[in-house]
Design a binder for this molecule. Structure first.
Ligand code: AMO
Length: 429
C-alpha cells in the first residue's frame, strides 16, 4: 500500500497507510487518542487496543494502517481508526529535553537550539523554515524570471571585501586564506565577464564580535548584481519589485504558516526613499535621538521605522546617500552631494535587511578610491585588473535571509530564524 500524507486524506478512502511520529497520547477508559504528525500536519488516531498503548511513547516513529472517518471534533475534521500499528523508530529517553506538544513553549531558546532535532518537530518552529524556503524560492524564481543568471562563487578567498576586521582566517595549505564576508568582488566580476545580471544564494561569514539578537557569524546572503544601470534608483526599483513579488508568493505558498503566526502580509506600495542625513535630522527633532556619524544605530533604526510607519504607513524604508567614509571603497560617490555615495540600506520593521548601491566601474577611479581609503590597488589583484576591460556601470545589493525571515514572522531573535546558528558562543550542533 502506498503511503499517504496527513493533509492529503479526504476521509472517503477505504484505508490509508500513514507514517510519522507520535505527537500526543490521550488515554481514556476504553480507548486512546494518539496524534500522529508527519511533515504535512497532525491527525488523530483512534486506538481501541489499550494493550498496544503500553509500548507507545511520544515521538516514536510509527507506521499505521487505518480507516479514515469524518469527525467534526477532530483536528482537520478526520480521524483514523487504527487497524494495524507498528513502531519503526524506537525512542531511548526517560524524559524529552522539553515538551513540544504544548501551545506554550516551556524552555529557553538556548535549550531549543541545543536540541534542534527535537525543537524543529514543533509545527510552529518547522513553519519558520517553510517560510524561509519559500523566500529562497521567490528570490530564485523572481530573478531568473528577470533574466538574471544564478552563480556560485568561492567561499575560501584570498582577501576581504567589506573591511579587514571581520574576517575568519583559515589555513589553506601553506598560505593564509579567509572565509568570504560577501560574494561582492565575484558578483561584480561576473557582471563584467558578460553575465550582465547575476544572483547568488550563499553563505557569508563575519567574524564580528557581536552577540546580539540580530547578528550571526554565518548567515545566508541573497546577492544581486546587475550591469548597464543608470544609477542606484534602478537598484532600489529592483529591490522594491522583488519585495512585492515575495509578499505575493508568501501569501499563496505559506497561508498555513502565516496563520500560525497570526500574520497578514500587506500589499507593498511605493517604499519611501529618504537620505540618511534627513533620517538623522528627524530622529533628533522628533525623538531627541542622536545618531552615530554616517549611520543609524539599532535604536535609531527602530525609532525611524516607527516614524515611517506613522507617516507613510510603510514597514519598509530606503535610507539613501550614505557618506563615503562609512561605505566600502567600491561604492560610487554621489556627484551632487559632496562626500556622499550612491548607496542605500533597506530598513524593515526596525532592522536593516539590505545594503546596496552603485559601484565604481572605471578602472582609474577605482584605483584612486582605493588609495583614498588608505589601501594599495595592487593588493586587490584580480579584482582591480578585471576593471581594465570595459566594465559597464553596475550595482547591486544583498539581503540577509535570516533577518528577512525573522522580520516577516516578527520573531524576537535572529537565531529563531536560523536552522543551526553560528554565533560567538555556539558552533554545535
Ligand atoms: P552588508 O555587510 O551590509 O553588505 O550585508 C548585507 C546584508 O547581510 C545581512 N548581514 C547579516 N545578517 C546576520 N548577521 C550578520 N552578522 C550580518 N551581516 C550582514 C544584513 C545586511 O543588510 N557587499 C554588501 C552588499 C552589497 O552592496 O551588495 C554587503 O555585504 O541583512
Amino acid at each position: 500500500m502506498k503511503r499517504s500524507f496527513i493533509t492529503e486524506i479526504k476521509g472517503e478512502e477505504e484505508a490509508v497507510l500513514l507514517k510519522g511520529w507520535i505527537y500526543k497520547i490521550k488515554k481514556f477508559k476504553t480507548f486512546a487518542f494518539v496524534s500522529l504528525r508527519d511533515k504535512t500536519g497532525v491527525v488523530q488516531l483512534l486506538l481501541e487496543d489499550l494493550d498496544a498503548l503500553e509500548n507507545l511513547k511520544t515521538e516514536m516513529a510509527i507506521e499505521v494502517m487505518g480507516v479514515p472517518v469524518k469527525n467534526e471534533k477532530a483536528e482537520g475534521g478526520i480521524e483514523i481508526h487504527i487497524k494495524d500499528l507498528s513502531i519503526i523508530g524506537n525512542v531511548y529517553y526517560d524524559l524529552l529535553p522539553f515538551s513540544i506538544n504544548q501551545k506554550k513553549v516551556n524552555t529557553s531558546l538556548e535549550m531549543e537550539l541545543d536540541h534542534r532535532y527535537i525543537s524543529l518537530r514543533r509545527p510552529d518552529r518547522r513553519a519558520i523554515f517553510k517560510v524561509q524556503e519559500e523566500i529562497v524560492t521567490a528570490f530564485r524564481d523572481y530573478f531568473k524570471g528577470q533574466g538574471f543568471s544564478e552563480i556560485h562563487t568561492p567561499k575560501i578567498i584570498a582577501s576581504g571585501t567589506e573591511g579587514g576586521s571581520e574576517l575568519f582566517t583559515v589555513n589553506y595549505f601553506d598560505t593564509r586564506a579567509f572565509l568570504a564576508q560577501s560574494p561582492q568582488f565575484y558578483k561584480q566580476m561576473m557582471v563584467g565577464a558578460g553575465f550582465e545580471s547575476v544572483f547568488e544564494i550563499g553563505h557569508a561569514y563575519r567574524a564580528e564580535l557581536h552577540n546580539t539578537w540580530r547578528h550571526l557569524n554565518e548567515y545566508v546572503s541573497l546577492d544581486v548584481e546587475t550591469g548597464f544601470i543608470q544609477d542606484e534608483e534602478d537598484l532600489m526599483n529592483i529591490q522594491q519589485q522583488f519585495i512585492q513579488h515575495l509578499f505575493q508568493h508568501l501569501k499563496s505558498s505559506c497561508e498555513k504558516e502565516l496563520k500560525m503566526y497570526a500574520l497578514e502580509l500587506p500589499e507593498i506600495q511605493e517604499i519611501p526613499r529618504i537620505p540618511l542625513f534627513e533620517a538623522q535630522r528627524i530622529l533628533l527633532e522628533v525623538y531627541d535621538k542622536k545618531s552615530p556619524v554616517g549611520n543609524l544605530d539599532a535604536e535609531g533604526e527602530i525609532l525611524f521605522s516607527k516614524y515611517v510607519k506613522e507617516k507613510y504607513n510603510s514597514d519598509f524604508v530606503f535610507l539613501t546617500k550614505y557618506p563615503a567614509v562609512k561605505r566600502p571603497m567600491y561604492t560610487m560617490p554621489d556627484e551632487v552631494h559632496e562626500g556622499m555615495t550612491k548607496s542605500f540600506d533597506l530598513i524593515y520593521k526596525g532592522l536593516e535587511i539590505t545594503t546596496g548601491g552603485q559601484r565604481i566601474h572605471d578602472y582609474e577611479m577605482l584605483k584612486e578610491n582605493i588609495v583614498k581609503f588608505g589601501g594599495n590597488p595592487e593588493d586587490f589583484g584580480f579584482y582591480v585588473e578585471s576593471f581594465k576591460y570595459g566594465m559597464p556601470p553596475h550595482g547591486g545589493f544583498a539581503m540577509g535571509l535570516e533577518r528577512l525571515t525573522m522580520k516577516i514572522l516578527e520573531l524576537q531573535n535572529i537565531r529563531e530564524a536560523t536552522l543551526l546558528p553560528r554565533d560567538m558562543g555556539r558552533i554545535t550542533p
